[in-house]
Design a protein around this ligand. Structure first.
Ligand code: TYD
Ligand code: MG
Length: 452
């Protein structure tokens, strides 16, 4: 019997307070603190005495961990470093409608297809069985080894996992399941955290790999359970712009490998497809010889990507000029406009400026600065950049061009895609297959590629 006590908890950050507050003192969110019931014992589910383990010399611990099970979905396996590890718990977060249920179904189907005789189970706590079956049919992945449970009660889910003994279970979503023994309402931070904790224990006991689907709000918080991240082994974030087919999968936390890999998918009419050559796709519709267009070689995690950066400038305006950015951080754009003005004598202060990255990609790292600046100047002067050229480099406040991380890898990718010339910082070492134009300042870069 677990006794409970009343507490007040922020549904965004999970901070607890002894009394009700209109605004969370931790994260500053308004109206997010609600009443919950927590177990009176500290640490959830720890009422039972745990088996005592003796300390042993580290050398006596076997170095072999569990072998990951490939899901057959190439880009997912890339991010996971091979596949799902038995007994591990993976949290898959993303905005509603991004494709989490689709990814999970494809992964489970792929896993059983690669492992004859083993089962995978989908626990649907949101959709009906018919809906899930219809999706599986649409994806063409129906299989006798795919099991389905429409259930929201944690106890029933645990019982079914013990009976069906699947190699992998996906719970879609963790926010809609609940433990009736636990008094907080479904979806509250306490309830979701408690359920996750139980599922982590179950995964370890049964050696089953568990995937938890979690909805993330627009602001990027995992609808409360940010606090889940330390309970699970792996946190994956599934991102993308709903108006584009591109989807990106990143590991935010991963106990079994690096978090630097990026998975890229294309959402098609028949599910998610691995995008193994994304740069070629991003550049496919590019029109060479147009002003305001530059190609940046950016790094997404460990993966070099070539993307087209576009800029457009308007006519002189007397009132406040507009600045609009898609896929570019507005603050970064403002900073680069400032550097162009003060250090390179290119003033765009009185004209409208639009900047965009094609294909739904975000320019999230400073290695794309130089390409963006060149696109802006190219648009302003209505002169196009040399064909088949890329730019890599961070632009400093002094107008200097700085080295970006792993420039040679980016240049090798550019060379592979047929680019013949690269505008790079002075210190860049030679890379075979591509001619380098080394520059120290923004002014020099502009003069070299766009003329005086
Ligand atoms: P879904 O996996 O249900 O998203 P989530 O679980 O993250 O809420 O998929 C959402 C969208 O994907 C839906 O609007 C339809 C689209 N979709 C496709 O374009 N092709 C497909 O094959 C499938 C299954 C879905
Ligand atoms: Mg879903």
């Amino acid at each position: 019997m677990s006794r409970t006590r009343v507490c007040f908890r922020c549904q965004l950050c999970g901070a607890e307070s002894p009394k009700w507050l209109g605004r969370c003192q931790e994260c500053g969110e308004w109206g997010s603190v609600i009443e919950e019931h927590s177990p009176s014992s500290n640490g959830s589910g720890s009422g039972r005495a745990e088996a005592v383990q003796a300390a042993i010399p580290m050398l006596e611990v076997s170095s072999e961990g569990e072998e990951p099970m490939p899901s057959g979905v190439g880009e997912l396996d890339r991010v996971l470093g091979g596949g799902l590890v038995p007994g591990s718990v993976t949290l898959l977060g993303g905005e509603p409608g991004i494709g989490k249920s689709t990814l999970v179904l494809q992964a489970l189907a792929g896993l059983v297809a690669e492992r004859p005789g083993e089962r995978a189970m989908v626990v649907t706590a949101e959709e009906s069985r018919q809906q899930v079956r219809a999706r599986a049919e649409r994806l063409g992945v129906l299989s006798a080894d795919l099991w389905l449970l429409a259930e929201t009660s944690l106890a029933s889910i645990a019982t079914q996992i013990r009976q069906v003994r699947p190699a992998v279970v996906a719970v879609d979503s963790v926010q809609t399941i609940h433990d009736p023994a636990f008094e907080s309402a479904p979806g509250t931070v306490s309830q979701v955290r408690e359920c996750t904790h139980r599922l982590v224990q179950l995964a370890k006991q049964e050696g089953v790999a568990v995937i938890l689907v979690g909805h993330v709000t627009k602001e990027g918080s995992l609808a409360g359970p940010r606090t889940l991240e330390h309970l699970v082994d792996t946190v994956l974030s599934f991102e993308g712009d709903r108006h584009h087919a591109l989807r990106m999968l990143r590991a935010v936390k991963h106990r079994f490998g690096p978090t630097s890999e990026l998975g890229l998918f294309e959402m098609t009419g028949s599910g998610l497809r691995d995008l193994s050559d994304p740069s070629a796709l991003f550049l496919a519709d590019r029109r060479q010889g147009t002003s305001g267009s530059a190609v940046a070689a950016v790094l997404e995690g460990a993966r070099p990507l070539l993307v087209e950066v576009q800029a457009l400038t308007g006519r002189d305006r007397t009132q406040m000029p507009r600045r609009a950015a898609t896929g570019v951080d507005p603050a970064r754009l403002a900073m680069l406009l400032g550097v162009l003005d003060r250090r390179a004598d290119v003033s765009l202060a009185s004209v409208d400026v639009y900047a965009s990255v094609a294909g739904g990609v975000r320019l999230a790292e400073p290695g794309g600065d130089l390409a963006l600046c060149l696109a802006l100047v190219s648009a302003h002067r209505n002169v196009s950049l040399p064909p088949d050229s890329v730019a890599v480099g961070e632009v400093g406040l002094g107008g200097e061009i700085r080295q970006a991380a792993q420039t040679p890898r980016r240049l090798a990718e550019a060379a592979r895609l047929g680019f013949t010339e690269a505008i790079v910082p002075e210190s860049t070492p030679d890379v075979s297959g591509i001619r380098l134009r080394r520059v120290t300042t923004l002014t020099q870069a502009i003069r070299q590629v766009l003329g005086p």
